[in-house]
Ligand binder design. Structure first.
Ligand code: ZN
Length: 389
């Protein structure tokens, strides 16, 4: 049997990937769930009193005090003293998440040339950066290069490491099994398990566009009820957050939109990396945009970019409509994408959908810029270890 077929266990794990814990759970999981509720509140909204935590989480004061004591002994939260500015009665003591007390290792493998790495704290501040060129290494050799980079980053951190997050190309299961990443010659590669054994740390591996979507939500203001993060590079991929969860799909390939054939006559199109012709990637990837605008004056460039934006808008229209997206965040070279191109894409989607679907739709560049995948890799660790996003 092909292990790529999703099992019930896979399915249960994907359901467990909801961004925000919000529903009642079985008693045996209650403590971990309640711990996440408290951590989520402190992560999102900053220091709170125990009474406020009880109120917003719906937990009892006793349960909250007990959880906070546990988190204090783990070193994750600390007492910050009385709430400033309280005038009447005994001021409540605030507790806060110690975002600078822990580090995570974030790894981005977005192409087959360079692996980017960073040491980050829980607030998303990058403290160290280090890259490693793959120099043609593929398969297990590429995994070895990533493990080595992780070791070097861990050595450069002066804090306890909470875990390692990896954003990588390809179709990846929630357990961090890379089903398929052809350019790196990874097939059925248990990346998370391999790295966890080597590093002796919790490791989370997710598709790079999916990681970027999580990063844009966790460390910026992206909506998690209907958001697509579109990564435009040599390839084209998307990570989608729907109803507070990462959309994975039947075989974990949700968001793989680059190889949809969009040309009316594909035989006239360029040969794509997937072996077919006329894919969206070949008419909308960065190489195509550069080719379409090469040597043009400013006005002609604007026209060419607007035409590309219309092609993108046409391709995204059914996706926006089917999923009722409210935000599309785009990551890639801003000089090509920002302005006429994204304006034309939005206009095209609005022209082709019901107003109720697209009147509030917003399309803009990702807030986190070039670090969106690294930030997403860190978000994987925060989500996996603390249940926060
Ligand atoms: Zn293709």
């Amino acid at each position: 049997m092909n292990s790529a077929v999703p099992t019930e266990e896979h399915r249960a794990q994907s359901l467990g990937r909801a961004l925000r814990p919000s529903v009642k759970v079985l008693p045996e999981h209650a403590r971990a769930h309640n711990r996440s509720l408290v951590l989520q509140q402190l992560f999102r909204f900053g220091p709170s009193s125990r009474a406020d935590l009880a109120r917003v989480t719906g937990l009892t004061r006793v349960t909250v005090s007990d959880l906070v004591s546990g988190l204090e002994s783990e070193g994750l939260v600390e007492d910050l003293g009385p709430r400033p500015g309280t005038r009447v009665g005994k001021p409540a003591t605030l507790v806060g998440l110690r975002k600078k007390a822990f580090h995570v290792i974030a790894i981005e493998v977005s192409d087959d040339v360079l692996v980017r790495g960073a040491v980050m704290d829980l607030a998303g501040t990058i403290h160290q950066r280090q890259d490693e060129e793959l120099k043609g290494r593929r398969g297990n050799d590429a995994v070895e290069a990533i493990a080595q980079l992780c070791h070097e980053l861990i050595a450069r951190s002066d804090r306890k490491i909470l875990g390692v997050g990896v954003g990588a190309p390809g179709v990846i299961t929630p357990e961090g099994l890379i089903l398929e990443a052809p350019k790196l010659r990874w097939h059925e590669l248990p990346m998370a398990d391999l790295l966890a054994k080597r590093l002796n740390l919790p490791v989370y591996v997710e598709n790079d566009a999916n990681a970027a979507a999580l990063g844009e939500h966790t460390f910026s203001d992206a909506d998690s009820t209907g958001m697509m993060l579109l990564r435009v590079g040599t390839g084209l991929g998307a990570g989608i957050l729907i109803d507070d969860a990462l959309l994975l799909g039947h075989r974990f390939a949700a968001g793989e939109i680059g190889h949809v054939i969009v040309m009316d006559d594909p035989s006239a199109g360029e040969l794509c990396a997937c072996g077919r012709r006329g894919c969206l990637e070949t008419v909308f990837g960065i190489p195509a945009l550069r080719r379409d605008t090469e040597g043009l004056g400013p006005a002609e460039t604007e026209t060419a970019l607007a035409a590309a934006g219309e092609r993108l808008g046409t391709a995204l229209t059914p996706v926006v409509s089917a999923l009722n997206l409210s935000q599309i965040r785009v990551s890639g070279p801003a000089q090509l994408l920002e302005g006429p191109l994204l304006d034309a894409a939005l206009r095209t989607i609005r022209e082709r959908t019901l107003a109720s679907v697209s009147e509030h739709l917003e399309i803009r560049m990702a807030t986190l810029g070039d670090d969106v995948v690294l930030m997403g890799a860190a978000a994987l660790v925060l989500s996996g270890q603390l249940g926060v996003s």
